[in-house]
Ligand binder design. Structure first.
Ligand code: C2G
Length: 755
């Protein structure tokens, strides 16, 4: 019993390393490894020195032709195992994947056994840790929150629900491997243990003319000749997801890979293969093949006919689809209904106008349904069709801070400065979803995405945002856009992000588009100015002014203001205050935009040790959806997560505890002690996000990992102050020296041209 593992390799030894490491750790090791190099530049022989002894390794080189189909064919031609198994050089396995597949193969005597594919953007060590923590039963595909994705097959979850190792009947196998895949690109030979004699007996090979979809006909042919199948849903194959790293995106995951010719050629080729056989398997598979191209023609090809610019190409392609549909079984066509059926009839009669009419009608109905169902759609429509046609108002100013979640940050301070110093000159619109926030000075409050929101968006000349704005906002001629941003960056941003865990292609594309609209961007310090220019590719006016939001930290009467705030919030005057303000974690979320947070500080212990002298103010990040449970800690712990302005909380705190949040850059203005509760430092810095600075070197306070360490540090704050004195000065000079209480003034004068 030997398994020939066939790995096509083109580039990126760092990925192959994880792949090989996962083979080295397999619990089943009666394998041979066949690496087929496809015109490589890296030194594979030197690389493989570390892997001698784990299994016999054959290295083959493609000559002339290239591509994954050719590489796999070459691999098969030199394979000697009882089974073959395809593995991509950038993917990796769990330690027991091969063992589980082999076990199922033995038990069921199947010709092919398949396992489960898990898409992930995690590196292997992190993936294994996550699987381990989730007890191996988590079905969620990592990173699903980061973009809509058409690579992940939701229906793969069927596999998860099935019994562990079982013989699959024909229908189940066809469903899992073909039918349930959202697109034919998802049909894959990966994670299938295939009896080699089956392949050789039937001369199965990949079609080397097909670039992206060569797996599809191969799997169809394989299924048409296999007699027994089995699956094992615990046999997991980690498929690397490249969203976010355009440079490395494999061909199959790149946009445009849905090319018409590739699709139709592959269909015709697969159809030819299946038509050669009269077996019931082949007939059944032919039906699936036809259903797939019907879905493509009706849902993707037909809607695109109306927008096709090259009519000659369009008509030619239309003819090809018509011919394909005409050749299909009549009963299959009749099994469709509604618009799908009407479109198919249009193909059969060769009437392109009829197809376009149906598509248009369907589009309008869909749009109307969207408008009725989605309360954001109607305002957007009004915005585009009506409000943008109204005149722009030269003295209207639109302010939004943290997506309308609170009245805070630099937009607040700029607004207050303008209102105080130029009363009546401007009309202000504040985006505010909370009802009970009191905003001083005249203004108009609007709910985010409401009709008034889009009305003012269309008519205001000035925009002040502190985070990214909705991508659909149209910047009008004459608009002036001030982006204040919301923090000195510690965590890498946009175009600086190389870490594939944290970024997505869409994130980069969208941010690029959004930042084209900004006329002014505020930099709190030189360090940020340099980073912002680069990471946003920003080429307009950088306001090197410091942050308006930090003005309050320099007010001469700040102590007095603090007293007032403390009183209003009911904080005991006889106690010192600790502010705990951590950031959010990219990998802990419910759904996109709603992040989890669990408090790792032991409040019980803190109260016991510090309760006499201190109270603690807890403040979660604005992305966090969880509410903190502080029941039983009355008088010691206060939850200010929904409090509007964190700057006011800085002012009333004697000491700050944070982690990787940019809050410490601002808090440093106060020159008060800071502690860093970095209990998940390695994961956060090395896996989730890269940092711009070496925090172990630069932070002006200790990194702490347990509540005990935090308590001990608070008990000796004076000593810590002395210890970090020099670092604190350096830190202050580098990040806070532009801030002096006058940043709002400088920003206003530059943007509103006021002196
Ligand atoms: N914030 C807050 N409460 C927290 C954490 C943050 O009110 N517990 C606010 C602060 O104003 C902070 C801002 O949100 O400066 C940004 O928070 P970060 O934790 O730094 O995280 P993020 O939103 O990812 O922004 O360049 C800055 C980066 O973009 C970071």
């Amino acid at each position: 019993m030997k398994v020939s593992v066939i790995i096509p390799f083109h580039r990126e030894l760092s990925f192959l390393e994880e792949c090989m490491q996962s083979l080295k750790e397999q619990t089943f090791n009666d394998i041979e490894i066949i690496i087929v190099c496809d015109h490589i530049e890296e030194d594979i022989e030197a690389f493989l020195e570390d892997y001698q002894g784990i299994a016999p390794i054959k290295v083959e080189h493609l000559e002339g032709k290239s591509g994954v189909a050719a590489a796999r064919n070459l691999g098969m031609s030199v394979a000697s195992g009882e089974y073959i198994y395809f593995l991509d050089s950038d993917d990796y396995l769990q330690a027991d994947t091969l063992e589980l597949l082999i076990r199922s193969a033995k038990e069921s005597k199947a010709d092919l056994v398949y396992g489960r594919m898990q898409w992930t953007w995690l590196r292997r060590s992190q993936f294994l840790m996550k699987m381990y923590n989730d007890d191996g039963t988590s079905g969620d595909d990592d990173g699903e929150d980061i973009s809509n994705d058409d690579y992940v097959d939701e229906k793969d979850k069927d596999l998860l629900l099935s019994d562990i190792a079982s013989k699959a009947d024909r229908g189940t196998a066809y469903n899992h491997l073909i039918n349930n895949k959202n697109s034919v690109r998802g049909i894959s030979v990966l994670n299938i243990l295939i009896r080699r004699s089956l392949v050789e007996e039937h001369g199965l090979r990949f079609n080397e003319e097909i670039i992206y979809l060569s797996d599809y006909p191969f799997v169809l042919e394989l299924l048409s000749v296999a007699r027994e199948y089995a699956y094992n849903n615990q046999a997991i194959y980690a498929k690397r997801d490249y969203r976010g790293d355009d440079g490395l995106l494999p061909l199959g995951q790149q946009k445009g890979s849905k090319g018409f010719s590739e699709y139709v050629n592959t269909y015709e080729y697969a159809n030819g293969l299946l038509e050669k056989s009269s077996s019931s398997e082949a007939r059944e598979l032919k039906l699936l093949l036809d259903k797939k191209i019907i879905k493509y023609s009706v849902s993707y090809f037909a809607p695109n006919l109306r927008v096709a610019t090259n009519k000659k190409v369009r008509d030619k392609q239309f003819k090809r689809i018509c011919n394909i549909v005409r050749d299909m079984d009549e009963d299959l066509i009749k099994s469709y209904s509604g618009d799908d059926y009407r479109i198919l009839k249009g193909f059969i009669s060769g009437n392109i106008h009829k197809v376009i009419r149906v598509v248009n009608r369907r589009r309008i109905i869909k749009r109307v349904k969207q408008l009725i169902k989605n309360e954001r759609e109607f305002p957007k429509l009004l915005y585009r069709k009506i409000f943008l046609r109204l005149s722009m108002k030269d003295n209207w100013v639109f302010c939004e801070s943290f997506f309308g979640k609170n009245y805070s940050d630099s937009p607040k301070y700029i607004f207050e400065y303008l209102s105080k110093n130029y009363p009546g000159k401007y009309k202000f619109i504040w985006v505010m979803d909370k009802k009970n926030t009191k905003i001083p000075y005249p203004h108009r409050k609007v709910k985010r995405f409401s009709i008034p929101y889009v009305y003012y968006l269309a008519r205001c000349k000035y925009y002040i945002f502190n985070v990214r704005h909705p991508v659909w906002i149209k910047k009008r001629k004459g608009n002036i856009f001030l982006q204040t941003w919301h923090g000195t960056p510690l965590k890498q941003l946009v175009f600086d992000l190389e870490n594939i865990n944290a970024s997505t292609v869409r994130y980069k594309e969208e941010t690029y588009k959004q930042s084209r609209a900004w006329d002014y961007l505020i930099a709190p310090n030189q360090y940020s100015s340099d980073i912002f220019r680069r990471c946003f590719k920003f080429d307009k006016v950088m306001l090197e002014t410091g942050y308006p939001r930090n003005d309050i930290l320099h007010y001469a009467n700040k102590e007095q203001i603090a007293e007032g705030i403390k009183e209003r919030l009911g904080i005991p005057k006889n106690k010192k205050t600790i502010l705990y303000a951590p950031t959010w974690r990219d990998d802990e979320y419910y759904v996109k935009g709603q992040y989890k947070f669990s408090l790792k500080l032991d409040l019980e212990y803190m109260r016991e040790k510090l309760g006499e002298e201190y109270v603690i103010l807890l403040r979660t990040h604005y992305h966090i959806a969880d509410s903190l449970d502080i029941a039983g800690y009355d008088g010691f712990a206060f939850d200010f997560s929904r409090y509007d302005d964190i700057s006011e909380l800085y002012l009333i705190s004697d000491c700050l505890i944070t982690d990787y949040s940019s809050v410490f850059f601002d808090y440093a203005n106060l020159k008060r002690p800071m502690l860093f509760f970095t209990y998940d430092l390695e994961k956060y810095r090395d896996i989730l996000r890269g940092f711009y600075i070496d925090i172990e070197e630069e932070l002006p306070g200790p990194l702490l990992f347990t509540t005990e360490e935090v308590v001990e540090a608070i008990k000796k704050l004076d000593q810590i102050k002395d210890e970090y004195n020099k670092k604190y000065d350096d830190f202050y000079n580098k990040y806070c020296s532009w801030e002096d209480g006058e940043a709002s003034k400088r920003v206003v004068e530059a943007v509103f041209k006021l002196k």
